[in-house]
Ligand binder design. Structure first.
Ligand SMILES: Nc1ncnc2c1ncn2[C@@H]1O[C@H](COP(=O)(O)OP(=O)(O)OP(=O)(O)O)[C@@H](O)[C@H]1O
Ligand SMILES: [Mg+2]
Length: 575
């Protein structure tokens, strides 16, 4: 609870805070209305029988009015008043409940967006370190649970207030024996809660991990479907999935079973205690049955309300334990977000004249890729980078586009030192070695990240022609409006690479980077694409092109050639 209050600021913006303060007032209204609801029937019974606490304590003018009314009129009036009170009570509770759900919705939306934003902010390498399963789990389940956790704490407060109201009502209007019932029920509940609270926490942590694994398994199956079919490994993968699914379901089962247990225990205890009071009143205190009816009605109605309430409270308190785990997961994102949002400021666009990496080093954890190397580009360069596989060509490109940061060294943009390429606004575009497509139309993939109605269709069509996609487009009956499938699974490898090239050209960049863009193409197509890139370069002399290839022969025409090998970047030729 303390942890919840301490970090509340991270979850709430100003509007949510106001809504929550307003909602906190409602925390008192519902219990108050419910308590009125509980007492209203015993009040009328007491007035009707002219016996019991409510009759004895009614103001004189009410007693007089009742005495002057005939029985039928009194009953009619009672029914009417009871109906109106219950109608109004439920109407107000419905409205407050609606408000609760609305706050919950805004809270979930705010935390989910924060988590998604954090994926963009946390740096490419850190992002890659998180499994897709975890990303999906956090966005879909944990954010929701985290908001639930906050509302759950408020609900606990509300139920506690309600129980205090019921106890006060029973204490003033009924015997101390009935207070004893509710008190015993509360003690039983607290004991039950403590007896399995540790188990609940352990189960919740295990559940969270199960959810991540299961999401990962689904993704694995969908990515490897072809391989699974070819190697006839369906049974193996279904078996693996089943194992994880059963783990998750049995953990969920244990949790739900544990949560349902207190309900039965408190109910048995409550009925036993009520019977004990009746027996005590009638047989030992020798009270007249009629005298105890109003009081007994009150105790029974209050117990009927209190038992589910105590059960619900118990479930909520146990749930708070489990939801707190989700809350902690989300809190990590929110804490990072407040740190980052202070730092990020998008600078104004800068034209690239020169870009220089000086004496820089980079390694992936323990694997050194570059040590004290230099690399530079200037406007008008056509740079070819070659070298054996796995030596760091793609890594160098990731540094150039600002996706990963160098560990040591300096970066100069137009001779001015900068901290981070990612934080300056440059016109860079990139066609990667294994391009990723969105599950949308061909044109949406080319005009990447642009709203449908803003797409320059003429430009898309001319790019489709330029990269040679038009041949496939007409013969295989796919048009610029055809859907490309999940990550382009309805296209060929070569088509995907051509789309990536068209995408790189769409935004008319100043620095355009190609990472082996022709690796999925045959020799003749490879040459077509390379000639095309040369043509682009010829027409736009003020562009910088960086072209990576395994082979030296393909980049012969580049005016600057670098060899990436043995942690070194060597300038082989410059024209
Ligand atoms: N995220 C990562 N974490 C750890 N190591 C990595 C990571 N990404 C790449 N590496 C390693 O860094 C080395 C350089 O990789 P890189 O992709 O830059 O090579 P490359 O020269 O582009 O190879 P290729 O010609 O096969 O594309 C490789 O040995 C690779 O295993
Ligand atoms: Mg590579």
């Amino acid at each position: 609870m303390l942890h919840f209050i301490k970090n509340l600021d991270l979850f709430l913006d100003k509007k949510l805070k106001i809504q929550l303060i307003f909602y906190s007032v409602c925390l008192f209204i519902i219990p108050l209305l419910e308590t009125i609801g509980i007492s209203i029937i015993p009040i009328f019974i007491s007035l009707y029988l002219k016996e019991g606490f409510f009759y004895d304590n009614s103001p004189i003018y009410i007693i007089d009015t009742i005495n002057n009314l005939d029985v039928n009129k009194f009953l009619m009036l009672s029914f009417l008043i009871i109906m109106i009170i219950f109608f109004l009570k439920n109407l107000i509770i419905i409205l407050i409940h609606r408000f609760h759900l609305l706050i919950s919705k805004s809270l979930t939306s705010k935390t989910t967006i924060s988590v998604v934003r954090d994926f963009f902010d946390k740096g490419y390498l850190n992002f890659k370190d998180i499994t897709i399963g975890q990303k999906l789990r956090d966005i879909t389940i944990e954010t929701k649970n985290s908001s639930k956790s906050i509302m759950n704490y408020l609900s606990i407060c509300q139920d506690s207030i309600f129980i205090i109201f019921i106890l006060t009502l029973l204490f003033t209007a009924s015997s101390s024996a009935s207070v004893f019932i509710i008190s015993i029920l509360i003690i039983i509940s607290i004991l039950l809660f403590f007896s399995y609270s540790a188990l609940m926490k352990k189960l919740s942590i295990a559940l969270i991990s199960s959810r991540k694994i299961l999401f990962n398994k689904v993704l694995e199956i969908s990515n490897l479907m072809r391989e699974i079919k070819v190697f006839k490994k369906e049974d193996f993968f279904i078996g693996e999935f089943n194992k994880e699914l059963n783990k998750l379901l049995s953990r969920d089962f244990k949790k739900l079973f544990l949560l349902s247990m207190p309900k039965h225990i408190t109910e048995i205890a409550a009925v036993f205690l009520i019977l004990l009071i009746i027996v005590n009143d009638i047989f030992f205190n020798k009270l007249n049955f009629q005298t105890v009816i109003p009081q007994l009605t009150l105790v029974i109605i209050a117990s009927l309300k209190a038992i589910p309430l105590i059960n619900a409270l118990l479930v909520k308190v146990s749930l708070a334990k489990s939801l707190k785990i989700s809350n902690k997961v989300i809190l990590k994102y929110l804490k990072r977000e407040t740190n980052i949002s202070k730092k990020i400021k998008i600078k104004k666009y800068t034209q690239i004249e020169t870009l220089k990496l000086e004496n820089f080093s980079f390694r992936y954890k323990k694997k050194v890729i570059f040590k004290n190397q230099n690399f530079s580009l200037r406007r008008g360069d056509f740079v070819g980078i070659y070298g054996p596989s796995g030596e760091g060509k793609s890594t160098l490109l990731d540094i150039l586009i600002g996706a990963i940061k160098i560990d040591k060294g300096s970066i100069y943009l137009n001779k001015k030192k900068i901290d981070d390429i990612d934080k300056v606004n440059l016109k860079i575009s990139f066609a990667s070695q294994n391009p990723k497509l969105i599950n949308a139309s061909l044109k949406e993939n080319i005009a990447f990240g642009q709203e449908l109605e803003k797409i320059d269709v003429k430009k898309v069509k001319s790019l489709v022609n330029m990269v040679g996609l038009n041949r496939n487009v007409s013969s295989k009956k796919i048009g610029i409006n055809s859907n490309v499938g999940d990550d382009g699974n309805k296209l060929s490898g070569g088509q995907i690479q051509r789309i990536a090239i068209a995408r790189a050209l769409y935004n008319e960049p100043e620095l355009i980077i190609f990472d082996e863009p022709t690796s999925s193409l045959d020799k003749s197509n490879e040459k077509i694409i390379f000639d095309l890139i040369k043509k682009i370069f010829k027409n736009k002399k003020n562009m910088i092109i960086v072209y990576v290839s395994h082979s030296f022969s393909l980049i012969k025409k580049a005016n600057k050639k670098y060899l990436v090998k043995n942690q070194k970047i060597t300038l082989v030729q410059q024209r």
